[in-house]
Design a protein. Sequence first.
Length: 347
Amino acid sequence: MRTTKKNIYISAAVLLAVLLLPFIFPTFYGTLGNSNNTVIDLAKPIDTNPRQFIAAKLKSINSQNTQFPRGTAVLSWEQDSPLAVEKFDIYIDNLTHTYYIPVGENPYWRSAGKIIQVDLSLPQVQGIEFEVESLKLNQRRLPALDSYLNSYFKQTFSLDHINRFLIPSYLILGLGALLSIIYYAAFRPSPRFNPVVVVSLTILVLFALNFLTAQIYTAKSYWLSYKSNIQQKDLSSTYQGFYDFEKFIAWVGRSLPQEQNLSVLVKGQPVYIMSEMAYNLYPRDIRFIDISEKSNSQVLEEIDTVSRDGYNHVVILSEQDLPQSSKLSLVDSYREDAGYIYLFSAE
């Protein structure tokens, strides 16, 4: 009798864990609109809600070994609102990827009420080409528990992005832990084998494998971008910016008002840095000042010139690039040794 009860409990617990999946992962959904280019034109306006997401199947081609390992694409749905956008990372690795973009978690998507069109903007970088195989607006058929939780955490903690596997993993782990505690308390099994734990861990491993696959793609994109540098053992040129450059750009965006234009000191023409900052700090305008092989006075002269046009906030990526001048006052710093915002006073 005890064995029968235990088997019934195990079966019910495993079934519960499996039934949870469609509510925390986009398993069942319908397509509201699709396109094979960068614009989804809907036949009629549709109501927006948190269950909607975009699936973008894209192929990126780095035909000239351009130093651009990854980029930012932008979805927009209101032409007159620069805030009504959703950004996502794309890999530049000559492979086709399907990107999941949870637009339903964006408060500007939900507040739009109705939409009739969705536009996709891709980075315009010399040597980089994109092929749009499909662009679909989908809607999940069941309540999207993960999207509701993601929306809450994004608004509460001012987060721009949450890994799509994070919430489902924690929910599965929490449910598995709860069911395991009940299992051990009720049946005190020996040996200590719990099939509920096995099922939960299997789901987590599948999520982890998907995440690891994404990192492999990232490694290939860096190889395509910096292959010649690596082969020539010029490792100092294989990395541009911070290891968490996206977080740095987000920090700059939070530190400066949206109407505040800025200048950025760079060495040469670092395509990745320039493209990512221009995309992610929009609608601010950015002037990039090339400081390579220039004296301190020459750099200051260029800063002074652009500041007279309203670009008086200067972003400096490293301590070595900092010009010496009493006209520069520190506004904020991302780290002690890198990432600064200075205010330049011409007078």
